[in-house]
Ligand binder design. Structure first.
Ligand SMILES: [Zn+2]
Ligand SMILES: [Zn+2]
Length: 349
């Protein structure tokens, strides 16, 4: 079969290769992969970023994928051939206290499919049945591959209540930021998405196509842009999805007294921040990492409802063009690149 493999530990040592088909072991399921998204963490592995040195090649990349069950290993009895499923990316041990609490993404023994073990950027993949969720009727397999970033946005927003007419700022118009913005809007909030010059070609226009108000910080002042967008009302909630210390500090300076911030971004550098104004304003700060099973299930139901237009986010590539898709994702030429290993899924697009 064809698979996109990180074969070496040096930057860009990844390519499409011909590999033997995997066979499902105990409790495992063989999937015919329909669609596999390229995530920021895949790019880190591809580029061999220092914080991703733990990834041990050779490994087939891909943790955001959907497919159809085509084979069952011994003892795999929770699914049947023909079932359509998505894969849970971060897989907990299932036994420890946090796993039993349903917070599998925080498990000390967690493993990420497509980084710790072979993933979904391939024609076929083998996954333990405990880390699969059935796709509801009415949701197509290509869209379902967006489940992981969508569940991360769902998990972040599950920390706060979002009420109609609330003012919400999202900094960082990557897939997770835009999906968080879409959920906030669905709940009736007034949403502004902010980005910088590097977002102006693709990401901010995608936010615009999704119906969001946008601010380009390289061109306009944040204060006055937000005043115009929100009609002078202060910011109730800020979702920081950029990993920029500037955005973090802007947020604590602009959210109203009693307002909240959800931090999803990852920060490469330490930075100084004086908490006293936030103490005096009783800001609620929440940190949110990845997602767990229940976020996937909730996100799947929302997606199956068909009320969100995710089209502006996605660029599809056949698996043969995986290298091109990675380069496009790396330079920000696409918001979300999704590989389609199954020719049938390609035809349906
Ligand atoms: Zn991801
Ligand atoms: Zn565990």
């Amino acid at each position: 079969m064809k698979a996109f493999v990180k074969f070496g530990s040096e930057p860009y040592e990844a390519e499409l290769r011909e590999l033997p088909m995997p066979e499902p072991g105990d409790g495992e399921v063989l999937l015919k992969v329909s669609a596999a998204g390229i995530c920021g963490s895949d790019l880190h592995a591809y580029r061999a970023s220092p914080e991703y040195r733990w990834v041990r090649p050779p490994v087939i990349l891909g943790h955001e994928f959907s497919g159809t069950v085509v084979g069952l290993g011994p003892g795999a009895d929770r699914f049947r051939s023909g079932d359509r499923v998505v894969v849970i990316g971060i897989q907990g041990c299932g036994q420890c206290r946090v796993c039993r609490d349903g917070r599998t993404h925080l498990c000390e023994g967690r493993r990420v499919i497509g980084l710790d073990m072979n993933g979904g950027m391939a024609e076929w993949a083998v996954v333990n049945q405990n880390h699969l969720i059935a796709i509801p009727d009415g949701l197509d397999l290509a869209t379902a591959a967006l489940i992981e970033p969508f569940s991360v946005a769902v998990h972040g927003l599950s920390k706060v209540d979002i009420l109609p007419e609330q003012t919400v700022v999202v900094s960082g118009p990557g897939p997770i930021g835009l999906l968080a913005a879409a959920i906030a809007r669905l709940r009736g909030a007034r949403v502004a998405v902010i980005g910088t010059g590097t977002d102006s070609d693709v990401r901010l226009p995608a936010a615009g196509k999704m119906g969001m108000a946008t601010v380009n910080l390289d061109r306009e002042s944040l204060d006055s842009a937000l005043r115009t967008i929100f009609g002078g009302r202060p910011v109730d909630l800020w979702v920081e999805a950029s990993g920029s210390s500037g955005a973090f500090k802007a947020a604590v300076g602009l959210i109203r007294r009693g307002g909240s911030m959800v931090v999803i971004g990852m920060y490469a550098h330490e930075f100084a921040w004086i908490p006293t104004p936030s103490v005096r304003a009783e800001h609620s700060l929440f940190f949110s990492y990845a997602s767990a099973d229940r976020d996937y299930r909730f996100a799947l139901d929302v997606m199956a409802g068909g009320i969100l237009d995710l089209e502006p986010l996605v660029s599809h590539f056949p698996l043969d063009r995986a290298g091109e898709a990675f380069r496009a994702a790396e330079v920000g030429a696409v918001v979300k690149a999704v590989l389609l290993p199954d020719k049938e899924t390609v035809r349906q697009q």
